[in-house]
Design a protein around this ligand. Structure first.
Ligand code: HEC
Length: 343
């Protein structure tokens, strides 16, 4: 809860501020997440339609949204990001005036002023933006925001062993026919032998169930459409991106209390069940309409349902198909996720 009286719920789950030190600006471009060389130019006629991902090969011609901060990529820098919670009436509920007054009367007032230079004396906005910049630098320079010292990191460096269940989970996480998680939650070291971030920083529409506690019933017609609303022109212009949210890092995920952009799930077992059973047993996750029929992807209006990812395993199943992972295999993947916790 946030807001002036600490009684207002935000609209989304709080994303982690860790491991954001290398996030590129938001862009829509070729799907080439692992390459640091110049991107392949988009081929004429390439569209935003969903191209299947695979842990082994990625299509360099697919044009995909990527980068940016928040669940919908609407901020490019940590400095810009900090403005969000600070001035959101349902979060810290501050105003530029309150914030500037605080900065003028803080133990660190002198150092912020020194950083901002003489121009800040006449431009209070400059002082505020210097403070936001300092916040951003803090998150980049302070090592505890990106410790890379999980068991998984130690294992990648050859310093420890995974238990049999953890390594079974790791294999399933990477197997394109089974979990296929690594297609989006990249877990191989990056160029320059940098530790993996467990995200490709791209966007997908997975069809997370509606969180009634936050959004109220389907009938009230309010939807959190994610990426398309954050883009210029909103959902009218960029309907192809409605329902898409950023792929989050899975580092420290076992420490989280809520999962997905709307916090609809509260334990990893439910998340894994959702990935595997979404289209096989939708009644386990979605609400029903007035006729008692299950409303699939009940947080996405009908005109955007085609944006749903139905091509990538394990979400490529139809009713009557076998789930991509057995309950034991799902449990093994959770054991692997637990190795991603720092410290
Ligand atoms: C096609 C890309 C893709 C694949 C494949 C994929 N994920 Fe995700 N994952 C996402 C996206 C996008 C989200 C955020 C969805 C949302 O909030 O609506 C997400 C969210 C999550 C979360 C919630 C994290 C948080 O902080 O809330 C977990 C846990 C997770 N994924 C685990 C997995 C596992 C385990 C697998 C394999 C079984 C997997 N994912 C496969 C894209 C993917």
């Amino acid at each position: 809860m946030g807001g002036k009286a600490l009684k207002s719920p935000g609209k989304r789950a709080i994303p982690s501020l860790a491991y954001l030190e290398h996030v590129p600006n938001f862009s829509i471009g070729p799907d080439n997440p692992e390459s640091e060389t110049a991107p392949v130019l988009p081929v004429a006629g390439a569209t935003a339609s969903h191209a299947a991902k695979s842990a082994i090969a990625s299509s360099a011609t697919a044009i995909v949204p990527q980068g940016g901060l928040f669940w919908d990529g609407r901020a490019d820098t940590l400095q810009q990001q900090a403005l969000g919670p600070l001035f959101d009436p349902a979060e810290m509920a501050s105003t530029p005036l309150i914030a500037r007054n605080r900065i003028e009367n803080a133990p660190y007032t002198k150092s912020i002023k020194a950083l901002a230079g003489p121009a800040a004396e006449t431009s209070p906005d400059l002082l505020l933006s210097e403070a936001l910049f300092a916040l951003a630098r803090y998150q980049i320079e302070e090592p505890s925001f990106h410790r890379y010292n999980s068991k998984f990191d130690a294992w990648l460096e050859g310093k420890t062993r995974l238990t049999p269940q953890e390594s079974a989970g790791y294999r399933l996480f990477n197997d394109p026919m089974k979990g296929n998680c690594a297609a989006c939650h990249l877990d191989r070291p990056l160029p320059g032998n940098l530790p993996p971030l467990l995200t490709d920083r791209q966007y997908e529409a997975l069809g997370a169930p509606r969180n009634m506690a936050l959004m109220g019933p389907y009938e009230n017609g309010h939807f959190d459409l994610g990426l398309c609303e954050a883009m210029p022109g909103g959902s009218k212009q960029s309907g192809a991106y409605c329902g898409m949210f950023a792929t989050p890092t899975l580092r420290n995920v076992a420490d989280r209390k809520v999962f997905f952009h709307n916090g609809v799930f509260h334990d990893l077992r439910r998340v894994l069940d959702f990935y595997v059973l979404r289209d096989i047993q939708p009644e386990l996750f979605y609400s029903r309409d007035t006729h008692g029929r299950v409303r699939k992807a009940d947080d996405l209006p009908a005109q955007y349902q085609s944006n749903l990812d139905r091509t990538d395993a394990p979400m490529d199943r139809k009713p009557g198909d076998q789930p991509a992972l057995t309950p034991e295999e799902r449990a093994a993947i959770i054991r692997f996720l637990e190795t991603l916790t720092d410290g």
